[in-house]
Design a protein around this ligand. Structure first.
Ligand SMILES: Nc1ncnc2c1ncn2[C@@H]1O[C@H](COP(=O)(O)OP(=O)(O)OP(=O)(O)O)[C@@H](O)[C@H]1O
Length: 336
């Protein structure tokens, strides 16, 4: 299958900084793909290169198999929703959407406007001005305005960062539903791991201008390739081990490991992989206890190492208590 977007060996340097370093990536039609990584890893530069706002030092970009990296941004067929939505403040919702419908024949515009409003669930609000809408509603207008131009690909740059935490989750679920219904291909840039894991069909984790790993959220979370990816997607303890079949000896004791590990290796242990038990093969001492609402986070000294363990909020263990642990999931063998 031909990917809708194909990035081949893209690089971009600013002085001594390689902001994007030999990046290749394919995005399938209808896919919501997340580019995630810490501040300064090159996500925005990569997005700007795809949009046409940033030059390439090397590589090529294809959209529907057509080379687009030499084409002006407005002729690429790519829609962009920026962090601040960039709506026209002096135009109503209808005005903002109609502005983007230049390519639609005049007679078809009212019907197109109605279908866009329905798509983003803003019927009845078409005469409001942006400052009369909530942040989430403004964002949906921005999305609808992008759809109005019938793009082949939509780029979303930190689209939820201006919404407060409570609204963000609802907005995310709603927008994901809208996007999936349109069948549009989406590239989303975010530094928020939860957003990437919940919103995207696949994610690419970036560091220092390079993509370290691409895959479904489950795959990248459960089988991170290295300590950076493991730690970026969630709390983790990194430990050295020596494999012996399906088990490894580590400073924290003997642990079950994911298949394929041999000899000396590096392991990643997630807090939910261990559980407090009446008896267990692992014995330690509680070092820290922090209440996190739906769960309790315990720091447990196992051998010479402190590991994080998730426990139910009712767990009575206090710092200084001896505790037994069982393993619920194997420690992850890292490739590097
Ligand atoms: N126009 C520019 N001139 C010089 N350096 C730049 C320019 N744009 C980006 N950089 C540098 O390139 C690197 C990547 O920046 P970029 O903005 O792409 O990162 P990012 O992952 O999007 O970060 P953030 O999440 O903070 O927006 C950084 O080191 C940044 O300082």
């Amino acid at each position: 299958m031909t990917p809708i977007l194909s990035l081949r060996r893209l690089s971009r340097r600013f002085g001594g900084t390689l902001a994007v370093d030999d990046v290749s990536l394919d995005i399938a039609a209808g896919e919501i793909h997340g580019l995630i990584g810490p501040s300064g890893c090159g996500k925005s530069t990569l997005l700007r290169m795809i949009a046409g706002f940033e030059n390439l030092d090397a590589g090529e970009i294809r959209l529907s198999d057509e080379r687009i990296d030499g084409i002006a941004p407005e002729r690429r067929g790519i829609g962009i929703v920026f962090q601040d939505y960039a709506l026209f403040p002096h135009m109503t919702v209808a005005g903002n959407l109609q502005f983007a419908m230049k390519a639609t024949p005049r007679s078809e515009r009212p019907a197109r406007l109605a279908s866009l409003l329905a798509m983003v669930k803003l019927e009845g609000l078409e005469q409001r001005f942006p400052d009369q809408l909530s942040g989430g509603q403004q964002q949906r207008v921005a999305l609808a305005r992008t759809f109005a131009a019938a793009p082949r690909l939509v780029l979303l740059d930190e689209p939820f960062s201006n919404l407060d935490a409570e609204l963000r989750e609802t907005a995310r679920d709603e927008i994901r539903g809208v996007l999936k219904a349109t069948g549009l291909s989406i590239l989303l840039v975010t530094h928020d791991r939860e957003e990437a894991l919940t919103f995207c069909d696949r994610i690419s984790v970036m560091k220092d201008g390079r993509i370290r790993q691409t895959g479904t959220p489950t795959l990248v979370y459960d089988r991170p390739i290295d300590a950076f990816v493991a730690g970026f997607l969630g709390p983790v303890t990194i430990l050295a081990g020596r494999a012996d079949g399906e088990m490894a000896d580590t400073a924290a004791g003997r642990l079950a490991i994911t298949p394929g590990g041999h000899g000396h290796l590096t392991l990643a242990l997630r807090p939910e992989s261990l559980a407090v038990a009446a008896e267990g093969p692992l014995h330690g001492t509680v070092a820290t206890r922090s209440f996190r609402g739906a769960r309790l986070s315990l720091g447990v000294m196992l051998g010479g190492l402190q590991v994080n363990v998730d426990a139910p909020p009712a767990c009575p263990a206090q710092p200084g208590d001896a505790i037994a642990l069982v393993q619920r999931a194997p420690a992850i063998v890292l490739a590097s």
